[in-house]
Design a protein around this ligand. Structure first.
Ligand code: KG4
Ligand code: ZN
Length: 347
């Protein structure tokens, strides 16, 4: 497949990702150094620790990517990087490395929004060069981005055309998984641990569903408090905490909220398809329940494989491919923006 061959860097949180992606779709390499084991010791991310680890891993990960793709600098068309949203210390590492590489190798620089990257993971493929490409998501596309830092419903009318329909008013879905995981004494990160505990378990209770002002908004902090009360109840009575059953009830409540709002937004906006993105999209219960409910409405769900749902460089390379094609270029003035909003591409 033709199209720009882009070196993409992701360093917004606790994963250091470097990838080479062709034409915004085909992965040539996707190297990820994760800090999960390190943060498991503290039960969560310490931003300063995350930034230091980005600094430590960025060059080895870059070297691994260039070696794995067998890429020479003269064969690359651009350098892309996540410039927000994310942790400032972590973002600064990737942004500065990307700027330096673009200047040193005289390559154009493309800045990518991290959320946009999670959405564009749905365009990625690892088919071999020259093989038929899988179909692309159809517009208008409804995207549910659920990660450790974000929970957003985004309507995408075309490449680079985004409307934010709703988002969490407090905790992100992944953040809720991580906090509840800690409450239940499960290892960090809570998402995969809760989902493993919940698999096959009968919900121990039914947690209340949150009401939000906006029709497509989410709220998870009340649910987290409800889990805490439940756990405290067992403790006060001197009873063993049914961890699996509580995990199942919590997962059911989160999945119910995400699925209900997503299906409603899909119906209200008459979309052609629905796509999932972000670390929580790796959750099996969410994937299967959403798929089932959308199918009943004649809609299909797109979900990237789990490795492309959690933070990685390839998703940034995918988004950058379409930005590059649209003529979007950053320059040495590109800054890291911790609260960067998803914006339309100017054309
Ligand atoms: O997208 P991501 O790698 O980083 C951010 O941009 O935040 O998402 C990480 C989040 C964590 O909160 C983690 O607990 C959650 O994704 N996660 C899951 C699962 N795998 C990862 N949550 C629920 N179920 C999973 N299987
Ligand atoms: Zn992410």
């Amino acid at each position: 497949m033709s199209g720009p061959r882009i070196l993409a860097i992701e360093s917004s949180c606790d994963e250091t990702g470097v990838a080479v992606v062709v034409g915004g779709r085909r992965i040539e390499t996707n190297q990820v150094a994760t800090q999960v084991a390190l943060h498991a010791e503290t039960g969560g991310i310490v931003p300063e620790v995350a930034a230091r680890q980005q600094l430590r891993w960025i060059v080895p990960t870059l070297d691994a990517a260039l070696a794995d793709a067998d890429a020479r600098w003269e064969d690359l068309d651009a350098v892309a990087v996540t410039y927000g949203p994310g942790l400032i210390g972590s973002l600064l590492v990737g942004v500065n490395v990307a700027k330096a590489l673009a200047v040193a190798h005289d390559l154009p620089l493309v800045g990518v929004n991290h959320i946009e990257g999670h959405i564009y993971a749905n365009w990625l493929t690892d088919v071999a060069a020259g093989d038929p490409m899988p179909s692309e998501p159809e517009f208008p596309l409804l995207c549910l981005v659920v990660s450790g830092g974000h929970t957003q419903l985004v309507l995408m009318e075309d490449h680079g055309r985004y409307t934010l329909l709703g988002q969490t008013v407090d905790d992100a879905a992944g953040e809720a998984f991580d906090k509840v995981g800690r409450l239940l004494g499960l290892p960090y990160p809570g998402g995969p641990a809760i989902s493993a505990a919940a698999a096959g378990a009968t919900p121990a209770t039914r947690f209340p569903r949150a009401r939000t002002a906006g029709p497509y908004d989410f709220s998870f902090s009340g649910l987290k408090t409800a889990v805490l009360r439940e756990v405290e109840g067992y403790r006060a009575r001197g009873e063993a905490i049914p961890v699996d059953g509580i995990a199942a009830a919590f997962e059911e409540a989160v999945v119910d909220a995400l699925v209900t709002k997503t299906v409603a937004a899909a119906q209200d906006h008459g979309v052609a398809s629905v796509a999932l993105g972000g670390g929580v999209a790796a959750n099996r219960a969410l994937r299967s329940t959403l798929d089932e409910r959308l199918r009943a409405d004649g809609l299909s769900l797109r979900v990237p494989p789990p490795a492309w749902c959690t933070d990685n460089g390839a998703m940034i390379g995918a988004a950058a491919g379409f930005r590059f094609a649209a003529g979007d270029r950053a320059d040495a003035a590109l800054e890291a923006i911790p609260n960067l909003a998803l914006a339309w591409i100017d054309r």
